[in-house]
Unconditional design. Structure first.
Length: 142
C-alpha cells in the first residue's frame, strides 16, 4: 500500500457554523480535544501492573475568539440561551490563507455558556476582541 505524504499547512482562521449557517471567522480556537477516563483495577495475585479499563469520554468546552465586529450574533446567541438553551449542531472548519477548507470538526448538542466582550482601555492601541465558550456532548472529525 503506498504511503501518503503528509502536507503541513498553517491554519490561518476558523469558520464557525451553527446548524449549517456560517456565523463568522475566528483567529483562535481552543478545546479541540477529548479524553478517555479510565478505571483502575488491581487484580489479586498480579502485582506487576494495574489494569486500566476505559470508562467515559469527556470533552472540554470549545472557546472561539475573534476581533469584534459590528454584528451582535454571538452575544445574541448567548442571551437567547440564557432563557433556556436550545441545543444544536455546531461545526468548526480550519481554513488556510487561500480560504481552502482543511479540516472540519462537528459538535453535537452544543450551546453557549459564556460570552466575553472587549476590554476598554483608551490608552491602549489594541484590537477589540470577543469570545464565545460553547459546551457540547461530543466532537468528531469529518
Amino acid at each position: 500500500m503506498p504511503v501518503k505524504e503528509e502536507q503541513f499547512t498553517p491554519a490561518i482562521f476558523f469558520e464557525l457554523t451553527i446548524q449549517g449557517h456560517s456565523v463568522g471567522y475566528f483567529t483562535e480556537v481552543s478545546g479541540l480535544s477529548g479524553e478517555i477516563e479510565t478505571l483502575t483495577y488491581n487484580e489479586g495475585g498480579m502485582n506487576e501492573f494495574v489494569h486500566r479499563l476505559p470508562s467515559r469520554v469527556k470533552y472540554p468546552n470549545l472557546v472561539l475568539k475573534r476581533g469584534m465586529t459590528t454584528l451582535k450574533d454571538l452575544e445574541q446567541w448567548f442571551q437567547d440561551s440564557s432563557a433556556g438553551p436550545k441545543r444544536t449542531a455546531v461545526s468548526v472548519t480550519m481554513l488556510n490563507e487561500y480560504g481552502d477548507r482543511l479540516r472540519t470538526w462537528q459538535f453535537s448538542n452544543a450551546f453557549p455558556v459564556k460570552w466575553t466582550g472587549p476590554q476598554f482601555n483608551a490608552s491602549a492601541n489594541t484590537l477589540a476582541t470577543e469570545a464565545i465558550e460553547i459546551t457540547h456532548d461530543g466532537c468528531k472529525a469529518v
